[in-house]
Design a protein around this ligand. Structure first.
Ligand code: AHM
Ligand code: MG
Length: 334
């Protein structure tokens, strides 16, 4: 690990890469860095204190929230609001987007953040990694006015930064501003993120496929064929099957080792399970920046024009050639 470059230093060092007001993006990333540390501290205590368990409320998708979801949601919102840079936030845990007026009530802040504050939270009480995913845009509505839904329904190609935090065996923050992907590992003793994975790229060849195969019977024909293809003994196959059920962790492993993640449409989830705006788009930007590909099977994830805040899409992300093979099979069989 490169002990000499901290995330804080790196953010400042890379400011020049950013064509808008660079200090603002740096400040925004720093607020995410801070919130990540606070959430990390709490996630690490989850097994020790009586914080795990359901908060007895359901989120907008009718799923049960865990207490830590609620906590992470609050921490990230508070950290973002404090810095006077963000004008609007959308979160998996909030039915509607939040308008932020700023301390002077001017509505003059420029950035929108969309996030899943604690993804994979059903894994918390069994000590499996969870993550935070975030996506940053410039607002499209005029300054001085409340944000509108159009600010949030921008295609992923308009993202100016995206990233995730994994609360795992070690805690990492991985992000991109469109100039490559860099990963930072938290030194828990010092509370400092250090650059540990500079300029991450998918390996040339991927050999892992990650999918909830329990849903096999309900997958589209092209995906069934692809899974059989992965299992075939031919060329460099069979591939290895690895599925944690925590998008951030499954994606992260596949990006470092080479592989593909699939969440197709199923009978239960006719449009797929994952959310376009705060799960798929940010992961897609990171994947592309690392030389990978992200698709709904037919088109590039980041070119989809969103119509709803909590919209779901089928999601295939990973090594370029693996995702291309999936697209080919979907074209051929579906
Ligand atoms: P969540 O946002 O409710 O936590 O759901 C998203 C998670 C992803 O992290 C994970 O890849 C997927 O749901 C797993 O779903 P399943 O249990 O259906 O395989
Ligand atoms: Mg989620």
């Amino acid at each position: 690990m490169n002990q000499h470059i901290t995330l804080g230093e790196f953010i400042i060092d890379r400011q020049a890469h950013f064509s808008y007001s660079s200090g603002e993006l740096s400040s925004l990333l720093n607020s995410i860095r801070l919130a990540a540390k606070v959430v990390n501290h709490e996630v690490n205590k989850a097994g020790l204190v009586d914080i795990i368990g359901d908060a007895e409320v359901e989120n907008v998708q009718g799923e049960q929230q865990q207490k830590l979801d609620v906590f992470a949601n609050k921490v990230f919102i508070q950290a973002l609001v404090n810095r006077e840079i963000v004008c609007g936030i959308a979160s998996e845990e909030e039915d509607e987007f939040i308008n932020i007026v700023g301390k002077d009530k001017s509505n003059n802040n420029k950035y929108i953040v969309l996030m899943d504050p604690l993804d994979g939270s059903s894994n918390i009480d069994v000590n499996v990694s969870v993550g935070t995913i975030f996506s940053i845009y410039r607002r499209v509505s005029p300054l001085g006015k409340p944000v509108t839904i159009e600010d949030f329904l921008q295609p992923g190609t308009q993202q100016i930064a995206a990233g995730y935090v994994i609360y795992g065996t070690s805690t990492m923050l991985v992000y991109t501003t469109g100039h490559g992907v860099n990963g930072f590992t938290l030194n828990p003793a010092l509370g400092v993120f250090y650059l540990s994975h500079p300029d991450i790229h998918f390996p040339e060849i991927g050999k892992i496929y990650s999918v909830n195969e329990g849903n096999y019977q309900n997958f589209p024909k092209g995906i069934k064929k692809y899974i059989k293809f992965c299992q075939e003994e031919k060329d460099n196959r069979p591939y290895t099957s690895r599925y944690i059920g925590s998008l951030v962790s499954d994606f992260h492993r596949n990006m470092l080792k080479g592989g593909v993640y699939l969440y197709p449409n199923t009978t239960k989830y006719p449009n797929g399970k994952l959310r376009l705006l705060y799960e798929c788009n940010p992961i897609a930007l990171i994947a592309e920046q690392a030389g990978g590909r992200a698709s709904n099977g037919k088109e590039r994830i980041m070119e989809i024009t969103p119509t709803e805040l909590h919209q779901r899409v089928p999601f295939y992300v990973g090594n370029n050639c693996m995702v291309k093979t999936i697209e080919k099979m979907i074209r051929k069989y579906d």
